[in-house]
Design a protein around this ligand. Structure first.
Ligand SMILES: Cc1cc2nc3c(=O)[nH]c(=O)nc-3n(C[C@H](O)[C@H](O)[C@H](O)COP(=O)(O)OP(=O)(O)OC[C@H]3O[C@@H](n4cnc5c(N)ncnc54)[C@H](O)[C@@H]3O)c2cc1C
Length: 373
């Protein structure tokens, strides 16, 4: 029997993990990625919880540790620029078990892509443009590659998934803005505090400086409604939104906004959750943020890796019956994503309190820990 072919759209976190495990189970994966090649930067993410056994089975724990950030705690900075509280990072050496790893998102994707390099055909700098399925397969057209037919298709193409749009419907039907925006950019050099994530709040706004792995990363995370005409690819619009949101802010914010004006490496998006009544339609299913984005505050990378593992195992267990496999994957993995989606609001309230009182209360909780981090 010829091995079943699977097209995976997206080589972020979920896509390469799925490709590796599908190949192990005897499938023939092809991964199509819109980006032109490996990207090395990115805000830090955690590999923890259900992703740890997946990383161990992939044999990538040494690479993850080698790429880990040097942050051990979050240091709250008050309006006068003074430390006002400290919270240990879950990934710091003092944390239980110390198996969790925090590393730049781009490095995690690169390590996973490397792990899947010999397992899948990779189509860089391309995207699916249409999908038409029948009882025997899915006919796929691409922007650049020649049209092909696959047994199955998986959309692992993130929050703004093209596969989801083509098969399930327009993005606004499934993506819910959580009333928060995020912008990140690298600084030119290291942070003054190589082991602390500096966090400075004003009501509804947070600025953080993360030491990352040498080149510090800045994040602007702030509350705001959906913007009319928001375009997730329009960098000039993003710079305007961030600059307006932080008008009048103190601490290092004026210098950071100046840097923002000049940067050509800005990530900006609405902090959103993705919810669909079903993750599959026929021979097409969704994975990672495309299916169930939890938002910035909810272990999205770890869930993406765990979901990929579960999907590959489900397909391996029912090779001839993809419908049962997709259902088993969704039933098992939704338990994790639903719980995280429910908890995301609490993390938002802690990181970006709406009021001065909320900031003060959060800081008191953090101050208890100052000196113990
Ligand atoms: C600022 C920020 C901070 C975060 N912090 C954390 C954290 O601390 N811990 C954590 O666990 N998670 C965190 N996350 C979330 C995490 O990055 C995502 O949840 C995770 O990467 C999801 O993996 P994914 O593979 O589903 O999607 P992604 O990693 O987004 O990958 C999707 C891939 O699909 C590609 N793509 C998009 N469209 C197409 C197309 N049409 N065709 C082909 N390819 C396409 C993209 O280029 C990308 O490579 C954070 C996210 C953000 C934005």
């Amino acid at each position: 029997m010829t091995p079943p072919t699977v097209l995976i759209s997206g080589a972020g976190v979920a896509g390469p993990t799925l490709a590796h495990f599908l190949a192990r189970h005897g499938f023939r994966p092809t991964v199509v990625e819109r980006a032109g090649g490996l990207r090395s930067s990115g805000n830090p993410v955690d590999v923890r919880g259900p992703a740890l056994p997946v990383a161990e089975e992939l044999g990538i724990m040494p690479q993850l540790r080698a790429a880990a950030t040097h942050a051990t705690s979050m240091l709250v900075i008050d309006g006068k620029g003074r430390p006002a509280g400290r919270v240990p990072m879950p990934t710091s050496k003092s944390a239980a078990g110390n198996r969790e790893v925090e590393l730049p998102r781009g490095d995690l994707a690169a390590i996973l892509q490397e792990a899947a390099r010999d397992d899948a055909e990779l189509l860089w700098d391309d995207t699916v443009t249409s999908l038409r399925q029948d009882g025997g397969g899915v006919d796929v057209t691409f922007e650049r590659a020649t049209p092909r037919r696959f047994d199955l298709v998986v959309g692992a193409d993130g929050l703004h998934s093209t596969v989801r749009r083509l098969v399930f419907g327009p993005e606004p039907d499934f993506v819910r803005h959580m009333g928060v925006w995020v912008a990140t950019m690298p600084l030119d050099g290291p942070s003054d505090r190589p082991h602390d994530v500096l966090m400075h709040n004003t009501p509804g706004r947070l600025v953080s400086i993360h030491p990352s792995t040498g080149r510090a990363m800045v994040a602007f995370i702030f509350r705001g409604p959906m913007v009319d005409g928001f375009d997730h690819r329009d960098t000039a619009q993003h710079k305007r939104i961030v600059t307006d949101a932080y008008a009048g802010a103190g601490w290092q914010v004026p210098q950071l906004l100046e840097r923002l004006r000049q940067t050509d490496d800005l990530y900006f998006d609405s902090v959103s959750q993705v919810r669909l009544p079903s993750w599959s339609q026929g021979r097409v299913t969704l994975l990672g943020d495309a299916a169930s984005c939890v938002s910035l505050f909810g272990d999205g990378s770890s869930l993406a890796m765990a979901g990929a593992y579960t999907l590959a195992a489900a397909l391996a267990a029912s090779t001839a019956d993809h419908a049962s496999a997709f259902a088993a994957y969704e039933q098992a993995h939704r338990v994790l994503t639903d719980a995280k989606q429910r908890a995301a609001g609490i993390a938002t309230a802690m990181l970006v309190p709406r009021t001065k009182l909320g900031i003060a209360t959060r800081n008191v909780a953090a101050r208890v820990l100052l000196g113990h981090g």
